[in-house]
Design a protein around this ligand. Sequence first.
Ligand code: C2O
Length: 548
Amino acid sequence: ARIRHYKWELKYEYKSPDCYKKLVITINGRTPGPTILAKQNDTVIVEVKNSLLTENTAIHWHGIRQIGTPWFDGTEGVTQCPILPGDTFVYKFVVDRPGTYLYHAHYGMQREAGIYGSIRVALPDGESEPFAYDYDRSIILTDWYHKSTYEQAAGLSSIPFQWVGEPQSLLIQGKGRFDCSAANPPLKADVCNNTNPECSLYSTTVVPGKTYRLRISSLSALSALSFQIEGHNMTVVEADGHYVEPFVVKNLFIYSGETYSVLVKTDQDPSRNYWATTNVVSRNATTPPGLAIFNYYPNHPRRSPPTIPPSGPMWNDIAPRFNQSVAIKARRGHIYPPPATSDRVIVLLNTQNTVNGNVRWSVNKVSFNIPHTPYLIALKENLLHTFSQTPPPEGYDFKNYDIFARQNNTNATTSDAIYRLQLNSTVDIILQNANTMNPNNSETHPWHLHGHDFWVLGYGKGKFDPINDPKNYNLVDPIMKNTVPVHPFGWTALRFKADNPGVWAFHCHIESHFFMGMGVVFEEGIERVGKLPSSIMGCGETKRLLKP
Ligand code: C2O
């Protein structure tokens, strides 16, 4: 195994990813940042220099389990203190499994300012994937706002509440197109200019008659997305670093924090280019589709396809999304069945609430607050007074809570308490969705677990029935993932082994939802965690641990 060494500098710069000029955070001058390329069991070292002048940061390696290095998970307030302006922080971890992963800022709502990128872990030399392809490409989908993350965050924590609204555009590999002429009031050409080469559409060149592995992932701030390539089918073969029993789709539904590999055959008329598009699903968004060019060599990579871009699926048609979720199974020959039973079941009811006049999201009527002293340090060094020691609820009032009714939910609280799990125990999590504070409305929430993969045991509609629904769990060939959606008015059941000593966030990957309290934290085996590096300390009560 090798060492892969990266040096990054984070900076604010004016960029026009969708033709609208705004301050974005770049890594070495770019957003998305550099792709991390490694082989299984390599050690990745990333030196992050924070040149943001007035802003903290922390970077999370999404999908990397950090076995033995829980302090390098990069989750501000959970596993480390923030990296101060001017400081350089060195992350060092092993990528122990092949597959497609991500990285992004994990500090406030900073991810959507542009700090994100791909991690691609290849098999060791001499081993091969259970499917064949000629070329390999990574494509990240995001949604894009013209307001700064500060304006958004301030609005979300204001009274009256100011929602972030729908994104202005969708980006494919960091490129999109906002129609400058449609802006009202009109924008000056130095602010928005559709002929700026910086916002020419992403174009990926393909050779006819080949098979492409496209690693499609989403780090959207809000939107659930569909991705499609005009005239081409996609065979899904990987999800969150695990091999999938192959199935074919025209539209790939993808939620923030998920990664997929699809195989695409370049078997269409080679005399032209094709559109690749992404659309918002699950919200009645005003956001126009994101466009890119699937460029058949030797056509010019910027030549527009002769067709109008295909429209995506209907935003409010839940059935195909639900069906895709259910279709994702572990690939034959690569099945790791889950333990047959679990030691503990935690039901997490997802609701929208008001707490002291603020609009929040909560779990079992508790809205999560990130503490100032990171849990990992507090637990390891016995600073237990730094967060609430009252355990959060294991479930909700199952008998009386109507998940289909609009609730006023004014009785929620905030807390920074965490779930403490027995090391090596098997834990089931039931994510239960419900009506929001608007009538007849329930949203889609992609939940992401740090430090582990979980088995996806099942999805259902309505209220999870603790007696009968577990009888239908897939214990035969469930896929393992690290991010999974809970569909509107539905539930999702997960199982994982709490076998990774550390402290791990589990939260809705929608940037504003986590910011508004939609998350929990698990601890397991803190006594097995090795000596913490002092580089993660310096904030809150951890100051006293640093030698003078
Ligand atoms: Cu990709 Cu805690 O997030």
